[in-house]
Design a protein around this ligand. Structure first.
Ligand SMILES: Nc1ncnc2c1ncn2[C@@H]1O[C@H](COP(=O)(O)OP(=O)(O)OP(=O)(O)O)[C@@H](O)[C@H]1O
Length: 574
């Protein structure tokens, strides 16, 4: 958890001023019982009204100073904690952007959302708590101890017996609660995952009338979270009464022993009253500190989860960002040299085996195969979404891992199977990868993707605002915008991963025709479930169970690839 304190460095002044103001407030508070003891001993007992009249304004002044100091502490503590939280959130988000898909798959999006929101909130609240309440309680404990000792060292022996008891008790409970809080956050991850899946797939849920099932699934993870929370809460609930017993026992002991000392004239009544106030303040602050330790143990669980992401090795892509001598993509010649790949690194379970082919600049390669054959996996190795497990992927004879990632991402344009759009205008979405694109370039890309026509029919044309993930467009329209977004980059290698599945056959044909014109010097990889999407390719690769089983033109494959022939026959007239 301490490693996260580096995020406070920038705000050190606020982080120092907050506890200093709190110290001032506590000093003023600690003076009050002393003033009261003077009023009782010299004012009331001796009937000296002048003493009371002199002390009252000093008490008021001390209260006023305490008030201002307390408010200042809150302001500085809030500045420090909010800025800390914002910076931490920013760095965590940046880290997430740099992580490989393999790492992101491992965490899961639900867990990442909880870490970015709930976990950071926990630590942000802890910073505020430490700078205000924790500082206050610590100062009160130290100050009350000093004041109590200055009043009666003999009576203070009670405190020396009670404080180690309280500390031992707190350490034991904290050791129990940290793992419980960690479990709680993990269960919160599950709740978020179910919620996210449900919201992103709400149409499927409704279409299949599965709301009851989804409610049950949510109910299950919600109950799991509640049970973990209750378990932790039970320990915390035990904490307060047990500490109160120790507290009350100490007050009774102080009263009993203080009374005896008072009878022996070793302690005045006013001093005994002041001592009792100090001991009560001290014990309440220790009680408060105990409760805060629970918050700290909860924040510790959150800090571990945040550090787990921050300490995850970023893609090997990142170090090369600083390497000035990385190659550039000039032609776009693509080579797969005996490439094998497994998602979990175990080649026994490889989803791609010994993939070997070359795609020349200007060539269009079609890739076909049944569902799960490994087509999307194959193309995801080109921009290094995943690292190959064996073999090498080369662009212009250079292994892909030697390229600067920015060069790789701008040189390899990919239109994914699921068209993902962002909220914003159509123009924003098309020029997502090239924000400085000219109006003419945007229009040309949209025309090539057969999107210009439907865009112009919209009331606000290119300025039409899209809902979240382009919810106000049809599937085919979304796909065409995704294609335009990639074409605008004029990449040397274009990958279309089954991205025209929702586009009608005629438009699909028009898109391929314009691709041939505007991308004629680029290497084009087209994955298609429809034979019509790939039949005009220069060569077509047939992928079966992660292996290339045939390569050839449409005509050649109809002759010697059984699978290709079957696919073509089954789609005839479709
Ligand atoms: N992120 C992942 N983690 C683990 N396994 C995966 C992952 N993505 C895909 N797979 C597995 O890899 C295999 C190949 O999947 P891939 O998506 O590449 O097939 P595909 O040929 O593109 O299928 P489709 O035509 O349905 O899109 C499948 O068995 C799939 O279960």
């Amino acid at each position: 958890m301490l490693t996260l304190t580096r995020f406070l460095k920038k705000y050190w002044l606020s982080a120092v001023l907050a506890p200093l103001f709190m110290l001032l407030e506590v000093c003023m508070d600690l003076l009050q019982p002393r003033f009261m003891a003077g009023i009782v001993n010299d004012g009331i007992m001796k009937g000296d009204l002048g003493h009371i009249a002199n002390t009252a304004p000093m008490m008021l002044l001390a209260a006023l100073i305490g008030l201002i100091a307390g408010a200042s502490c809150t302001v500085f503590a809030t500045i420090a904690s909010q800025s800390f939280g914002a910076d931490l959130r920013q760095e965590l988000f940046q880290k997430i952007q740099s992580l490989s898909l393999r790492s992101l798959d491992r965490f899961g999006s639900g867990s990442i959302v909880t870490r970015l929101t709930g976990d950071i909130m926990q630590i942000q609240s802890l910073v505020l708590l430490i700078l205000r309440i924790f500082a206050r309680d610590t100062f009160i404990i130290i100050g009350s101890l000093v004041m109590a000792f200055s009043i009666s060292p003999r009576l203070s022996i009670i405190l020396l017996a009670m404080i180690p008891l309280l500390i031992a008790f707190l350490v034991i409970t904290t050791r129990f609660t940290i793992p419980l809080y960690s479990k709680m956050q993990n269960r919160l991850d599950q709740v978020n995952t179910v919620m996210q899946e449900n919201l992103s797939g709400i149409r499927v849920v409704k279409a299949f009338v599965r709301s009851d099932y989804e409610e049950e699934r949510f109910n299950q993870s919600n109950t799991n979270l509640m049970q973990a929370s209750l378990k932790a809460a039970k320990i915390v609930a035990l904490n307060t009464p047990l500490m109160s017993i120790i507290l009350n026992f100490s007050i009774v002991a102080a009263l009993w022993y203080g009374g005896m000392l008072s009878e022996q004239d070793s302690l005045s009544v006013g001093s005994l009253a002041a001592f009792l106030t100090y001991i009560t303040q001290l014990l309440f602050s220790t009680l408060g500190l105990g409760n805060q330790l629970m918050t700290i143990s909860r924040a510790k669980a959150s800090a571990d989860r945040i550090n787990e992401v921050l300490e995850t090795q970023a893609d090997k892509l990142v170090p090369s960002l600083t390497n000035k001598c990385t190659p550039t993509i000039r032609e776009g010649r693509l080579q797969f040299e005996h490439v094998s790949f497994s998602y979990d690194g175990d080649l026994e379970k490889a989803v791609l085996r010994d993939i070997h082919f070359t795609a020349e600049p200007g060539e269009t390669i079609g890739i076909v195969g049944v569902n799960g054959a490994g087509k999307s996996t194959l193309v995801s190795l080109i921009p290094r979404f995943y690292e190959v497990s064996a073999g090498t992927v080369r662009i212009d004879s250079q292994p892909v891992n030697e390229f600067d990632p920015r060069e790789l991402y701008s040189g390899v344009g990919m239109v994914l199977q699921q068209s993902l759009l962002f909220s914003g205008t159509i123009r924003d979405n098309i020029c997502y990868g090239k924000p400085d694109a000219t109006e003419a370039d945007i229009e040309a890309a949209a025309k090539a993707a057969q999107a210009h026509g439907f865009i112009m029919k919209l009331e606000n044309g290119y300025d039409t605002v899209l809902g979240q993930r382009g919810v106000n467009l049809s599937g085919g329209q979304k796909q065409r915008l995704s294609i335009a977004r990639t074409l605008l980059l004029k990449p040397k290698i274009v990958i279309l991963d089954d991205c025209t599945s929702a586009v009608d056959l005629n438009t699909d044909l028009l898109i391929r025709k314009s691709l041939e014109t505007i991308m004629k010097s680029s290497t084009c990889l087209i994955i298609g479930q429809r034979i019509a999407s790939v039949e005009h390719a220069d060569r077509i690769i047939v992928l079966e169970d992660g292996q290339i089983t045939a390569v050839g033109t449409h005509r050649e494959l109809l002759g010697y690839s059984k699978l290709y022939r079957q696919m073509a026959l089954s789609q005839q007239g479709a």
